[in-house]
Design a protein around this ligand. Structure first.
Ligand code: FAD
Length: 390
């Protein structure tokens, strides 16, 4: 089949490679002028690692990542809030902290080597259905030839989601994050976070090469205020909460060197319609507090390719895909939506409740096991067993 993919991010490149290797003719349309290695650090969980293994790029990514044995969150007082060690679930488990750019470069190379055509600097603004297929309307006012179907992997702010007319519910969070990456040797074996109530959050995610991805939670209004007050006010506030970030923060000379991102959570009634299917963040963006977005995007790509191999008719493949993925995605959407205000929101009650319950939950074996399974991406583990079979 002739397949168009809207958006060459993690889900788009992974799906492109998998479908091309099944013999389909795949074109990725990417709005960026050049597909480059940009982005923050991401935590690839054991489930995401399984997909990388099945794509054949795990070793390459592993060599360029940091192996993380646990996640740790402290209160500003230094008291421990969370400590979850992967090995407590299984001795061979760990997280991989990786620069999104490195993961993306490996996926893009794979897709191109697999015969996928990547059309950069091409923004899709709409799509049109006809007897002969689905054509894409581009920002340049051109219209593409018809494709058999369209895979929408255009990310959290997907324009195709709206264009599809599929009913969806969207929540914008007031809080987002400022983030950057740089050399930081204070933390190298764990995802490290410090919180003060629910209004202050700082974190360091090691990503290999002695580097960390640093993030600082705040609202757009707070970001505006820091821009007026200047970078030094921001730096002193950061170092008061998270002195571990000093090496990295010391090199920042202006807030322009950081990227500000806000989050949204969207649930769609269905992930497919006539000749279109949504994967990755385009289908189910969440806040990054549970660190699952890229993992779910990789799994989506893998699962959809598997479904299209089994059911050669597009519509039937979409229905199979939805039935297989629904429970897991809904679980991660709910838990992330529930968890987010306990880490970033206004008010004091949630922070207080979190500070009392989380340390206890980490100590109770049965609860700790469930938390670790959730973190690893093992809840509703259909894919886990299927990837293992390959
Ligand atoms: C600060 C931060 C930290 C995060 N940390 C983690 C983490 O630790 N672990 C984790 O698993 N996830 C994390 N995530 C989430 C993760 O980055 C995303 O879930 C993941 O990138 C989703 O992949 P995707 O391919 O669906 O979308 P994206 O990677 O966003 O790709 C979408 C692509 O579509 C392109 N595009 C958009 N619109 C159009 C258009 N109209 N036409 C053509 N192209 C278009 C974009 O340019 C982009 O290349 C984090 C996210 C943020 C913001």
């Amino acid at each position: 089949m002739k397949i168009a993919i809207a958006g060459g991010g993690i889900a788009g490149t992974a799906a492109g490679y998998l479908l091309s290797s099944q013999g389909h003719e795949v074109t990725i349309f990417e709005q960026a002028q050049h597909c480059g290695p940009i982005g923050a650090g991401i935590l690839i969980q054991p489930i995401g690692q399984s997909v990388l293994k099945s794509l054949g790029i795990y070793e390459e990514i592993y060599q360029q990542s940091a192996q993380l044995n646990f996640i740790e969150a402290l209160k500003h007082s230094g008291k421990r809030l969370v400590q979850l060690e992967y090995q407590r679930l299984r001795t061979d488990l760990y997280g991989l902290g990786v620069h999104r750019g490195r993961l993306f470069s490996a996926l893009l190379t794979l897709a191109k080597q697999g015969g996928v055509v990547v059309q950069e600097d091409t923004r899709i603004v709409a799509y049109h259905l006809s007897e002969s297929g689905v054509s894409l309307e581009l920002e340049s006012n051109d219209q593409t030839e018809p494709f058999d179907f369209l895979i929408a992997t255009d990310g959290a702010r997907s324009g195709l989601r709206l264009a599809s007319g599929i009913v969806h519910h969207s929540v914008e969070y007031a809080y987002g994050a400022l983030w950057t990456t740089g050399v930081c040797t204070a933390v190298d074996d764990r995802l490290f976070q410090v919180v003060e109530g629910t209004k202050k959050l700082a974190g360091l995610l090691p990503i290999g090469n002695r580097e960390c991805s640093f993030f600082w939670g705040l609202t757009a209004n707070q970001f505006d205020r820091f821009q007026q007050q200047g970078v030094d006010v921001w730096k002193s506030e950061v170092l008061r909460l998270c002195p571990q970030a000093e090496e990295l923060v010391a090199r920042i000379n202006s807030l322009e060197e950081l990227t500000f991102t806000t989050y949204r959570s969207v649930s769609m009634k269905s992930w497919s319609a006539e000749r279109i299917v949504f994967l990755g963040d385009a289908a189910h963006p969440t806040s990054p507090h549970l660190g699952q977005g890229a993992n779910l995007a990789l799994e989506d790509a893998w699962a959809f390719a598997k479904c299209l191999k089994q059911e050669t008719d597009f519509r039937t493949a979409c229905l199979l895909y939805e039935s297989l993925r629904k429970n897991k995605i809904r679980f991660y959407q709910h838990i992330t939506r529930w968890l987010t205000p306990f880490f970033q929101s206004d008010g004091i009650v949630k922070g207080w409740g979190r500070d009392v319950t989380l340390p206890v939950m980490c100590q109770v074996p049965v609860l700790r096991e469930q938390m670790l399974k959730t973190l690893c991406g093992f809840k509703t583990g259909w894919l886990q067993s299927k990837v293992g079979e390959r």
